[in-house]
Design a protein around this ligand. Structure first.
Ligand code: HEC
Length: 130
């Protein structure tokens, strides 16, 4: 049941990506579900469990958070000194080219440059409240 529902959301997200109308409310859920699928590229290093830092720091509540601000994670100097706040705009730059935004970061290069995929991922990150 849950799986079928998720599949429905993903399918909705695909329809939205093709510019077909979906009702506004379903939209955000569909976007987040599509973003959950994109997050597979991140979850090897970023745990979904908010109490856990894996190889990368927890991303719960990351939107609006200061970069490198989780107390129990050993960040690179580069990220610690970046002075960035994770606004949606900075997150887009980060997932498009993280080592371009913060040279010297310890996070392996990711390159999600498709604006639709970025939208989905950000919609998903927005659902991860601390
Ligand atoms: C190979 C492991 C790995 C992958 C894959 C990865 N990350 Fe990271 N991520 C890290 C590490 C390590 C850091 C800490 C970087 C530093 O200290 O310079 C980090 C840091 C971050 C931060 C900054 C968090 C903070 O507290 O300042 C964000 C945001 C982030 N990653 C998002 C993502 C997203 C979104 C993806 C998927 C598209 C992703 N990461 C994929 C390892 C990874």
């Amino acid at each position: 049941m849950a799986v079928r529902q998720t599949m429905g959301w993903i399918f909705g997200g695909l329809l939205a990506a093709q510019g077909l109308a979906v009702p506004a409310q379903a939209d955000e859920a569909a976007m987040a579900a599509a973003g959950r699928a994109v997050f597979q590229k991140c979850e090897a290093c970023h745990a979904l469990d908010p109490s856990k830092n894996a190889f990368g720091p927890s991303l719960h509540g990351v939107i609006g958070r200061e970069a490198a601000s989780l107390p129990r994670f050993q960040y690179s100097e580069a990220l610690s000194n970046s002075g960035l706040v994770w606004t949606e705009e900075n997150l887009r730059k980060w997932i498009a080219d993280n080592d371009g935004l913060v040279p010297g970061t310890r996070m392996r290069h990711v390159s999600i440059t498709d604006p639709a995929e970025q939208d989905y991922l950000i919609a998903f990150l927005r659902t991860l409240t601390p």
